[in-house]
Design a protein around this ligand. Structure first.
Ligand SMILES: Cc1cc2nc3c(=O)[nH]c(=O)nc-3n(C[C@H](O)[C@H](O)[C@H](O)COP(=O)(O)O)c2cc1C
Length: 180
């Protein structure tokens, strides 16, 4: 095992309690301002995806940034519970290469999507994980080969309304089992 004993915390970059508060503070956002987010912010969101862990560090993914308003509207029509996607100034489609990564393309791309969502939140940018959509149609619009996996299209934009209040969570007792 490649482990050296060192006398420091793994990461001293973020105060843990603040980080937990940050995770709890993130909300799904469905109302976006009609204002482009900056290239620097887009770059940081993409880098957050780039640095996500992946199986064997395969990174068998592609992130497609869509700024074209016509295409954003077309893609919003493929989202069954996501017509609000058309309000966003940009979308990022997350693609997994199924042939290069047949066992883990869902997990790898999912992890990358979460990194991007959290980075966006840190920048004051909202997003929503779009699950229900016509992926065949969306891939057609994006020019993505049908063999590849379209995980989601994440809309990104500044918040047009107040952040929604948090939907409840099941209690930890209900979702946790401890084996001593
Ligand atoms: C796999 C997945 C699929 C989702 N699909 C949709 C969707 O199609 N449309 C939508 O409006 N929200 C979608 N959501 C967002 C959830 O509704 C939201 O995360 C959940 O209600 C909890 O709210 P929160 O993110 O603010 O904590 C999805 C979230 C996940 C993780």
């Amino acid at each position: 095992m490649n482990c050296i004993i060192i006398n420091m915390k793994v990461s001293e970059m973020i105060e843990p309690k603040k980080f937990l508060e940050f995770l709890k503070d993130r909300r799904t956002i469905r109302c976006f301002k009609d204002e482009m987010i900056s290239d620097k912010e887009i770059q940081m969101i993409l880098e957050a995806g780039q640095w996500a862990p992946s199986s064997s560090n395969r990174q068998a993914w592609e992130f497609i940034v869509v700024k074209n308003k016509k295409m954003i509207k077309e893609l919003s029509n493929t989202a069954i519970y996501g017509k609000f996607v058309r309000e966003a100034p940009i979308l990022i489609a997350i693609i997994g290469f199924v042939h290069d990564n047949p066992n883990w393309y869902i997990q790898d791309t999912s992890v990358a999507s979460m990194n991007m969502m959290l980075m966006a939140w840190a920048l004051g940018i909202g997003t929503c994980w779009i699950g229900s959509m016509d992926r065949t149609e969306a891939k057609e619009i994006l020019g993505v080969h049908q063999d590849n996996f379209l995980l989601t299209i994440l809309p990104f934009g500044y918040l047009r309304k107040e952040k929604p209040s948090p939907p409840g969570r099941k209690s930890l007792d209900d979702i946790t089992k401890v084996i001593e």
